[in-house]
Design a protein around this ligand. Structure first.
Ligand SMILES: [Ca+2]
Ligand SMILES: [Ca+2]
Ligand SMILES: [Ca+2]
Length: 267
C-alpha cells in the first residue's frame, strides 16, 4: 500500500512539473506576441505620410511666378521703329537739293535793306529737316551761320518753309515772321543780298552745298521779293533766272512777297 502511494506521489510531482513547463511555454508565446502588438503604429511610416500628388507640379498646372519681363515692354515686330526725319524730336540733316532756296527779298522798300532782307527756304522732302549749324555764304566774303530766334527752331516740317531774316523783329523787318536770322554785313563778317549781282549758297557745317542760286544785276525789283515759280521749285531749275519772278502778294508794311507760303505763280 505504501509503495503504491509513493508511486502515485511521484506521478503527481511529474505531472505538476510538466504542467508548469507547458504553462511557461504558453506564457513566452503570449509575451512575444504582446511585444509585436504593442509597437506604436505612429512610429512607422504611414501611407498618408508620402508626398501627395498635389505637392508635385502637374502637367496642367500654371506657373505660380510671373515672367520677369512684360512682353509689352519689348518692341513687337508690328511696332514701327522711328527713323531719323520722322518727327520734330528726331529730325535728319538734308542731302543736296532736299532744301531749296525758294524766295529772296533782295531790295525791300518799306524798310532798310539791313532790316528787310530775308531768304525763304523750302523743305521739299516728307521728313523733318534740321538746319542747325548750317550757313549762308557767297563767292566773296559773306559767310554767316544761320542763328535760331528765341522760341523758334531751325527744324523744317515736311514740305514746309523756313524764314531766315536779317532782322527777326516783325515790326522792324516789314512784317515778316522769321524762325532764323543772320548777321547783316555787306562786306564780310556776315551776309547780305546785294541789289546787283550776288550768290546765295546754303552749306552744311562740313561745307556740303545743299543749294545755290546766282543772280545778275537787274534781277531784283525794288519793294518786291523774287520767287521761283512753284513748278520749277527744285535745286536745278532754280538756277535758271527765267524761272523766277517778282512776287505780288501784299506784305503788312506795303512791300510784296509770299513768305512762308507757296510762291506766287510767274506769268
Ligand atoms: Ca539788298
Ligand atoms: Ca540751285
Ligand atoms: Ca514763298
Amino acid at each position: 500500500m505504501n509503495v503504491v502511494l509513493v508511486l502515485l506521489c511521484i506521478g503527481c510531482v511529474e505531472n505538476v512539473i510538466f504542467g508548469l513547463r507547458d504553462y511557461n511555454k504558453e506564457l513566452d508565446t503570449l509575451e512575444d506576441t504582446a511585444i509585436v502588438d504593442s509597437s506604436d503604429p505612429e512610429d512607422n511610416p504611414q501611407p498618408d505620410d508620402n508626398p501627395q500628388p498635389e505637392d508635385n507640379p502637374q502637367p496642367g498646372d500654371s506657373p505660380t511666378s510671373e515672367p520677369d519681363s512684360n512682353p509689352d515692354d519689348n518692341p513687337q515686330p508690328d511696332d514701327p521703329v522711328e527713323q531719323p526725319g520722322d518727327s520734330l524730336a528726331n529730325p535728319r540733316t538734308p542731302l543736296m537739293g532736299e532744301v531749296v532756296i525758294n524766295e529772296l527779298m533782295i531790295d525791300p522798300d518799306a524798310v532798310a535793306d539791313r532790316d528787310g532782307e530775308w531768304i525763304e527756304l523750302w523743305n521739299v522732302t516728307d521728313d523733318w529737316i534740321d538746319l542747325t549749324g548750317y550757313s549762308l555764304l557767297d563767292l566773296g566774303v559773306d559767310d554767316a551761320p544761320i542763328q535760331v530766334l528765341n522760341g523758334n527752331s531751325l527744324v523744317i516740317p515736311p514740305n514746309d518753309y523756313l524764314l531766315i531774316c536779317a532782322n527777326g523783329e516783325y515790326w522792324d523787318n516789314g512784317g515778316i515772321t522769321c524762325q532764323g536770322s543772320f548777321v547783316w554785313q555787306s562786306f564780310g563778317g556776315g551776309f547780305s543780298l546785294a541789289n546787283g549781282e550776288d550768290e546765295v549758297i546754303l552749306v552744311s557745317p562740313s561745307n556740303l552745298v545743299i543749294d545755290s542760286v546766282f543772280y545778275q544785276s537787274g534781277f531784283s525789283v525794288v519793294g518786291a521779293s523774287m520767287g521761283v515759280s512753284p513748278s520749277d521749285a527744285n535745286y536745278v531749275d532754280n538756277d535758271d533766272l527765267n524761272n523766277w519772278c517778282d512776287q505780288w502778294s501784299f506784305l503788312p508794311q506795303g512791300d510784296a512777297g509770299s513768305p512762308s507760303s507757296m510762291n506766287d505763280i510767274c506769268f
